[in-house]
Design a protein around this ligand. Structure first.
Ligand SMILES: [Zn+2]
Length: 252
């Protein structure tokens, strides 16, 4: 299933009517957080596809706009601590980042452990009814030690490591770590999960566990298996940002 995944940065090319044609094949949109609500609402109304989101640490508690004030993006499905199914794909999510000041949508490791624990009954029910816990974990913050950074704000959650080892989703999509340099790793394999930093945007083929899909078949044809990779595609993937723009950003 083709998905448009966005995070952390408003991409001008996505906030334009051209998005409808460019992403006509997309079946769902996923936001990993720290994006303004008006941007998500624009994509919902323009693409007319379901949008699942988690909040980042910079999410507005209240956002004011020409259509009034809102405390969440209108029409989006909040994935925080939820498990949902979309066209056979099972998604679950957790909002927020590591607590580093008294701002909203921040959690200590202990608090996040408790939030994960509250989701467990839904996951075990999936296992009983569908034979698997989930396919895609959507978070704002990464797991500890996987594509995270050493400062407190950008440290990943320890419990996410346990979650991936225990429930083995096929993908974990996160944001929060801004990609300003080509050497930053944005895709890697942890246990059986492909962990993908979705800063900016990504167009991904997401398949339920047990189904190969187009991307899976392509990898099999080339004799490649999922393995840790150091790719630049994290933020130049697609048509919207050129290498020269990237170079400008890197110098800032
Ligand atoms: Zn963030």
């Amino acid at each position: 299933m083709k998905a448009l995944v966005i995070s952390d940065k408003v991409i001008e090319g996505l906030y334009s009517p051209a998005v409808r044609q460019r992403f006509a094949e997309v079946e769902l949109v996923i936001s990993c957080g720290d994006l303004p609500y008006y941007y998500l609402e624009y994509l919902i109304s323009t693409l007319d596809k379901p949008l699942f989101s988690v909040r980042g640490n910079h999410a507005s508690v209240v956002e004011y706009g020409s259509h009034g004030e809102r405390t969440e993006p209108w029409g989006a499905i909040d994935l925080d601590q939820s498990v949902v199914e979309c066209n056979g794909l099972i998604l679950a999510g957790f909002e927020g980042s590591m607590r580093y000041n008294e701002g909203p949508f921040q959690y200590s490791d202990q608090e996040m452990r408790w939030r994960v624990a509250q989701m467990l009954p839904q996951l075990f029910l999936n296992r009983a009814l569908r034979g698997r816990y989930l396919d895609v974990l959507v978070t704002h913050a990464p797991p500890r030690g996987v594509q995270d950074q050493p400062d407190r704000c950008h440290t990943g959650f320890q419990v996410f490591r346990w979650f991936l080892q225990r429930f083995e989703p096929r993908y974990m999509l996160h944001g929060h770590i801004h990609v300003y340099h080509p050497n930053i790793v944005t895709r890697s394999l942890f246990h059986k999960t492909e962990v993908i930093n979705c800063y900016g945007y990504r167009e991904l083929e997401l398949c339920p566990i047990g189904s190969s899909g187009r991307e899976g078949r392509k990898q099999e044809e080339h004799g490649r298996s999922a393995r840790p990779r150091r790719l630049r595609e994290g933020y130049v993937e697609g048509f919207l940002e050129s290498d020269s723009q990237l170079a400008d950003e890197t110098q800032q």
